[in-house]
Design a protein around this ligand. Structure first.
Ligand SMILES: C[S@@+](CC[C@H](N)C(=O)[O-])C[C@H]1O[C@@H](n2cnc3c(N)ncnc32)[C@H](O)[C@@H]1O
Length: 217
């Protein structure tokens, strides 16, 4: 897997297909989550979300991990280095201190993995999260039925074909990460669906869900 080749064109390609919809999905909860101390942002790409997160929470310490050196270079340029550590590593080889991060972010990242690796990734990130951590995920999803489902299948299938070819991702199809999140102690506290069901933004929280932990929409 290597996103270096696609990195310089990533934003332009995204805009052609989705305009601002993916960025809106990434930032769906960025102004609603409580202030965090330490964030782990994984597979962040060119850091358009990270830049917004830093505007929303300027005091936050961030570790931003990505396997693509070119994506990381773009991310550094956009988000700056103040309070951000950029880590060039493959998530499968990275090790994190246990219970370190009270905010974890994986936008359009979990969909890069096949089932077995996805389980490893979610388990690893859960282990790095504090007992009350928030986990933000924006990703593609398949609507339950109708033309929306067929349209989503076509578009998602085309994207997998493209990213397998240009970036060598291992996934061949979208896998629902939600059961893995629950197995690892996270509860869904808020969700926004957009683009006729093709995109979902989710806010998960570690531990038992109570009214106090629900994020208002
Ligand atoms: C589809 S892009 C998503 C980028 C961005 N988060 C977004 O919202 O568009 C996937 C990103 O995850 C990174 N990535 C993919 N597999 C990875 C892995 N095994 N370890 C670390 N980063 C990885 C890629 O380099 C790329 O920046």
């Amino acid at each position: 897997m290597n996103f270096d080749r696609v990195a310089p064109h990533y934003r332009r390609l995204e805009r052609i297909v989705f305009d601002e919809q993916l960025q809106a999905a990434r930032c769906a909860f960025v102004r609603q989550i409580p202030a965090a101390n330490r964030a782990l942002v994984v597979g962040e790409g060119d850091a358009r979300f990270l830049a917004e997160l830093r505007r929303a929470q300027p005091e936050l310490q961030v570790d931003c991990l990505d396997a693509s050196a070119r994506m990381l270079a773009l991310a550094q340029k956009r988000a700056g280095q103040n309070r951000v550590r950029f880590l060039h590593a493959d998530i499968c080889e990275a090790a994190f201190p246990p219970h370190r991060y009270d905010l974890v972010v994986t936008h359009f990242f979990l969909d890069c993995f096949a089932a077995e690796t996805l389980r490893e990734v979610v388990t690893k990130l859960s282990g790095a999260a504090t007992d009350n951590a928030i986990w933000l995920v924006a990703d593609f999803s398949l609507p339950p039925n109708g033309w929306r489902r067929w349209w989503a299948r076509l578009l998602i299938g085309t994207m997998y074909f493209f990213f397998r070819f240009v970036a060598g991702i291992e996934a061949r199809r979208l896998i629902d990460y939600a059961p893995l999140m629950r197995e690892n102690g996270f509860c869904l506290t808020n969700e926004k669906i957009s683009a006729h069901g093709l995109i979902r933004s989710q806010c998960w929280r570690c531990g038992q869900i109570t009214n106090a932990t629900l994020v208002s929409s």
